[in-house]
Ligand binder design. Sequence first.
Ligand SMILES: Cc1ncc(COP(=O)(O)O)c(C=O)c1O
Length: 407
Amino acid sequence: MSIDVSDLRDRFPALRRMVHDHPAAYLDGPGGTQVPESVIDAMARFMRAGGSNHGGPFVTSRETDALVEEARSAVADLFGARPEEIAFGQNMTSLTLSVSRALGATWMVGDNIVVTRLDHDANVWPWVIAARDAGVEVRWIDFDPDDGCRLDLEHLDRTIDTRTRVVAVTRASNAVGTITDVHPVIDAAHAHGALTYVDAVHYSPHGLLDVAALRTDFLAASSYKFFGPHTGCLFGRSDVLERTAAYKIRPAPDDPPGKWETGTQSFESLAGVTAAVDYIASLGKGDSRRTRIASAMEAIGAYERGLSARFLDGIAAFGGITLYGRKVADGRTPTFAIAVDGVHPDTVAAALGDVGIFVWSGDYYAVEVMRRLGVADRGGLVRIGFVHYNTIEEVDRAVAAIGGLST
Ligand SMILES: Cc1ncc(COP(=O)(O)O)c(C=O)c1O
């Protein structure tokens, strides 16, 4: 399989609009991906059909029950999980706060938890505040800015021990694009009886997720990063979801996954989540949705490495531009953090925005990454990110615009 970008761009109304309104534009992938028409249709279909709350003895409610089950199956296929291991929530941050609070209630003084400096704050601070509430120690896994912002996997035995209760780690950095080899982290955690929580939000549009192969206890993603609407998706190992007491109100279910879902879900979004997973699957081949997703992700990865190589080659030619993170296309997502000498990141982002290139400046909530790179006090960095619907021409346009700002 390969990606035919000209074909699939027609499926995204926002891309059609950009071509019309802003002929130079490409959209910043990591800030949130665009959605295909099929996702919008699925959401509108639910609203038009008079969708009601779930669990009632009438047809529209039964339809909603079925819709929720379909969304669990779809995300289970995306994650390589089982439907009963999937819970939904407002976003990844809320789900993580909810899990960290619930697990934190079981920790005791003398325990510790482990977080990384490479993570988005949504997989750092929920654990830090839960640790603070429980009076337990917070330990950090560092990354090496001089080695492609790679996580330090060499000293795990100094960080994780028998009193470690949770290790939270990112599958890929939303700031500098590093793809993390989470296997050694998960193995070290499990060897000491700790639970693992993987943040897959940034990785999910770029590569195959496989919770069974990772053997993680939790994994969280957010559908607006994988071509769907704004809804958080959580995988939790059944026995852990079962035995952990969720913070919930009395009428909510006592069993997982429902006990992890607060209040009324955004059912229209869940319709969109299923359609987003089906969109990804439609880019691949195979007998089942899972195999089509795997084949699509392989094609997406290969195509995106081409975009990355083009970007990296392009900006290497300019003086006065510093790229933070891996300088080669493999082992990273096509998300790049750069600084332009002498120009504030906000000014760079605004200048690129003026020529139709929509990128972010600042820390994009990757607070620890910016501190570790020593750029937090300088306004952070500029992040330029591509996904599989971007073209080589758009990469060239972004490179040329950055070149225009360099010395
Ligand atoms: C790597 C990463 N983790 C977590 C989040 C938070 O996700 P949400 O907005 O769904 O809370 C983001 C959002 O940008 C992210 O990029």
